[in-house]
Design a protein around this ligand. Sequence first.
Ligand code: NAG
Ligand code: NAG
Ligand code: NAG
Ligand code: NAG
Ligand code: NAG
Length: 598
Amino acid sequence: MGFFIIALLSLSATFLAVGGDTPDVTQSVASPVPPCHDWGESREGAVQVLEGEAGWLDCPLFSHPTIYNYSSAVAAGLNLVWYHMAAGQDLEQPLDFHQPDHRLSKERDRLWLEPVISQDTGQYLCMLRNKTSCAKIAVRLEVKPHSQNPGCEVASTVSSQPVVIPIQEGKTLSCPDVPSTKHSVLWFYVSTHPSQECKMYPFWDKDREVQGNNLVVHNMLELYQGHYYCVVTYESKGKIMNFTRMINVTAVSPSGLPKEPMILNPDKKQVFTVKLGSDVYLKCKVKFPYLEGSKDMWWTIDGKAVDNLDPRITSKSEQVSYFFGDVDMEDVLRIRDFNSEDLTREYNCSARNQRGSSTCRAVLEEEVYLPYVELGCGLGVTLFVMLGLFLVYQVFWLELLLLYRSWFGTDERFTDDKEYDIYISYARNSEEEHFVLMTLRRVLENELGYSVCIFDRDSLPGGTITDETLSFVDRSRRLLVVLSPGYGQQGTQALLELKAGLDSMAWGGQLRVILLQYKPLNRDSWVRELRRARLALVLVRWQGDKSISLSSRFWKRLRLELPVRRMKSMKPCEGSVVPQKDTPQHIQREHNAVYYTL
Ligand SMILES: *[C@@H]1O[C@H](CO)[C@@H](O)[C@H](O)[C@H]1NC(C)=O
Ligand SMILES: *[C@@H]1O[C@H](CO)[C@@H](O)[C@H](O)[C@H]1NC(C)=O
Ligand SMILES: *[C@@H]1O[C@H](CO)[C@@H](O)[C@H](O)[C@H]1NC(C)=O
Ligand SMILES: *[C@@H]1O[C@H](CO)[C@@H](O)[C@H](O)[C@H]1NC(C)=O
Ligand SMILES: *[C@@H]1O[C@H](CO)[C@@H](O)[C@H](O)[C@H]1NC(C)=O
């Protein structure tokens, strides 16, 4: 039996071991007791047998014929003795070969159990000895219950060497361990296909048939992969015995295909870009077509194996795919902290199997530095800044325009010969009059440093109103119209001022009309001139208490429409404040100013 052969014996066992640790064994030997060399338990593992079937154990000592040879041992007068130590016990019992049913028997170095019963489980010792020398080794026997459906149970117990059959090729399967005496074989099959799991059935068809005791596969298909069971029946000592074996059959790629290893990566055209100072990974990928025997792949650097080089360099290989026996393997070479000297070396990946070998060089190239990150960041920052500016403009456009004007705007005083910056036109005796005289005028003159003309204050008594009005409007840069419900009614001075302003603006007389709304107004009540002009004119709205502060939107908006004044000129100490004329009206109006200067 193939699996009875023991490849390795314990080398750690000491040659000086004394057999005294097994008293009942040594007691049965005539004195003086020879020291018994104990090889321990066979490394091959337990022997598995199904209950009720025939089983046997070969003494593992003789699996190393150069050390122990059965024929020469017997010729030298050595005896082979078997002992059994049942599971859970620590006493070795000599085996009784004289039972009436002849269940146990010995044949050369083989112990037969025909059939195996469940109590046979345990350790078996085979001891080779004469008066002066002794050696022993243990082997374990496992008895598996025989299930009603052996297709499933047996598969996990007694199996033999796997068998591979190339697709569309044939192979003859013979049952392992068949005795040399007369016997018969029955074949069963359990497909590994999930739907057919645990089913045992005869499978005769044109591709597979039983010839004699063998099973012949004429034409292998993927479908025919699976577990093939053979039950061997023979006669021994007047009893009919049987035992079951399983053959694991797998399909592999046809043998007619090329079988040389093929290096997929690196290929001829591939260039590995490497970055100095970083870890470099070179991946070699090899296709090994199905072939028996060893296969290997490895990296060399300047012709030297990787293991012999410095610890910065390591390699790791693994199987990455399996397809009908063809496997793809990968070996990744890792070079830590890649330096310019590494760049000059020759990196070769090689692969070899029983049919041939192949080598491919990995071409390395230093990575050209492309500041992607920096470019990306730069672009991001630019976009961000633009977005920020856009938002800032949305929120602070008034301030920005004012700032711009204060830097780049031209002071109209240098380009014209006008006397006043602003002429304020308003309806007399209205709510707005109070606003004009107390707030508007004060801020424009005292705080913003404009020269303001208010007809009632600045005109000299005695002149014709019409002429004087036209003259004043003409000498002003802006006409500030303070709208009120009754503004510009027929025959009022305000209408005159408005008309003069609009005319001057229409004829390009360097005058601009600005509308100022103190309180929400119904436009239907506007005079015709105003309604017509509205589209071309700017309207600044007073927002009540919100607009009192000089930094409010109202004042900024208004300043934008008024002539440019440098910040400096706004300071009262350096102001170009128009000297106030002490007209009677003026003095009279100033009484109320106390209210505001509080
Ligand atoms: C064992 O010894 C015999 C005779 O000494 C020899 O004919 C035989 O080949 C040997 N067996 C092995 C496996 O070495
Ligand atoms: C016992 O066996 C050993 C080794 O096989 C041999 O050298 C020795 O002569 C044998 N002793 C006797 C008494 O036969
Ligand atoms: C094998 O032998 C056992 C015990 O004699 C019996 O129950 C079983 O049916 C046999 N199996 C076959 C396939 O002959
Ligand atoms: C049979 O072989 C296949 C492929 O080699 C494997 O995956 C499976 O585990 C094997 N089955 C047994 C029971 O050993
Ligand atoms: C590396 O491989 C190339 C072919 O890709 C070969 O020409 C060269 O001789 C190999 N170098 C070594 C040191 O094996």
